[in-house]
Design a protein around this ligand. Structure first.
Ligand SMILES: NC(=O)c1ccc[n+]([C@@H]2O[C@H](COP(=O)([O-])OP(=O)(O)OC[C@H]3O[C@@H](n4cnc5c(N)ncnc54)[C@H](OP(=O)(O)O)[C@@H]3O)[C@@H](O)[C@H]2O)c1
Length: 344
């Protein structure tokens, strides 16, 4: 029996294109002791995976680079269909970092492997969204790194994304005034519908002045997801001693280690010095950890946090197009997940 799988055909230059990936037909994996065979139901499409497509992945160990011809790595929610482990039964739903494949063999010792546990009425796919790694990231940035307090003004870039929509809701739970930044009037309207107090369009030629008008007393916390021009608009508006949870910089992921643009480091250092800024980069899973998962699940069960996700159909063959779409203008709101199969 065979299955469909997506492999890396060539290293993207700049943003990934569907042609950088190949759809292959390959034998179904077999399992050994303490392994489970999992049928993929949902595939998570995450921007950070772009970094792993470079020969030297920025900030990661060289072995994190996906070799040409290798299966694309990715987090999945799937259903156990065969088991050689006492800890997992056929029918269990699990989340694991695996690959863009219709079926995966998983060792039960795989770090991060966990059983799906979502409140009643919440889709299992949120285990790779607001109730999973992106949620942990939002929690880590807002609570642990940003230390957002009631009454503070928080600005969140990539507000319409998986991390942004969750971070914004956490900001409201914490009692902050939360301003989003997103691309286009429709996305800004959707971000406000999620619960943000306001949302600014970074594509508007008057973005910087409109943002300044929206935060008359300055910004206490800037949740950084984007980099580039958006950061250039936000930093001058920071209050003295402001905090910047440095979550990601999606606008620069195709640039490689040495950007072709003018060197902005002197500007950044001046901003940090004269505004006394505290900027801390973090990984959501590491800093948010189990505490984040517990709290997110509790808020979701209480109805305080509503996981936002865009579900697309098309099976595993659609993954390259869906992944490439993250890096340009798109209509996705919240976590983008690809439906690979229905549970049996
Ligand atoms: N530190 C960690 O552990 C960690 C974990 C997860 C994610 N992250 C980072 O967090 C950020 C958001 O991730 P996510 O999972 O929320 O992504 P996502 O759901 O795929 O959303 C990405 C968002 O980025 C925006 N975007 C894309 N290209 C852009 C550009 N050139 N300029 C401005 N905005 C752009 C898009 O919004 P518009 O349509 O509004 O442009 C989209 O809403 C990324 O930088 C990611 O790498 C970090």
């Amino acid at each position: 029996m065979t299955m469909k799988q997506i492999t890396l055909r060539s290293r993207p230059v700049g943003s990934p294109e569907p042609g950088d990936f190949a759809l292959i037909e390959t034998p179904l994996p077999t399992i050994g002791e303490d392994q489970i065979l999992v049928r993929t139901l949902w595939l998570s499409l995450d921007p950070f995976m772009r970094l792993m497509l470079d020969e030297k992945p920025f900030g990661m160990a060289p072995e994190m680079a996906v070799p040409i011809g290798a299966p694309m790595p990715g987090s999945i929610v799937g259903e156990v269909i065969e088991t050689k482990s006492a800890a997992y039964a056929v029918g269990d739903l699990i989340e694991v970092r695996a690959s863009w494949s219709e079926y995966v063999a998983v060792s039960t010792a795989t770090p991060g492997l966990r059983k799906v546990c979502v409140p009643a009425g919440v889709s299992p796919s949120t285990t790779v969204g607001a109730l999973g790694m992106p949620g942990q990231t939002a929690y880590a940035g807002m609570v642990k790194v940003g230390r957002v307090a009631a009454g503070e003004t928080v600005v969140i870039s990539a507000a319409a994304g998986a991390v942004g929509t969750t971070a914004g809701q956490i900001g409201k739970i914490l009692g902050a005034r939360v301003i989003g930044i997103a691309g286009g009037p429709d996305k800004c309207a959707a971000v406000k519908a999620v619960g943000f107090d306001d949302c600014l369009d970074y594509r508007d030629p008057d973005f910087a002045s409109k943002l300044a008008a929206a935060v008359p007393e300055g910004i206490d916390v800037y949740f950084e997801n984007v980099g580039g021009d958006v950061t250039r608009g936000v930093l001058p508006l920071m209050k003295y001693g402001g905090r910047i949870p440095m979550c990601g910089f999606i606008s620069l992921y195709g640039e490689g280690e040495e950007s072709a643009g003018p060197d902005q480091l002197p500007w950044l250092l001046r901003m940090m010095m004269f505004k006394g800024l505290e900027m801390r980069a973090f990984t959501g899973a590491g800093v948010g950890g189990a505490e984040a998962l517990e709290k997110l699940g509790q808020w979701a069960a209480e109805g305080k946090l509503k996981p936002v996700e865009t579900r697309i159909e098309g099976g595993i063959a659609h993954a390259p197009l869906a992944f490439s779409g993250i890096f340009g203008p798109n209509r996705a709101l919240g976590k983008l997940v690809l439906k690979v199969a229905e549970p049996v």
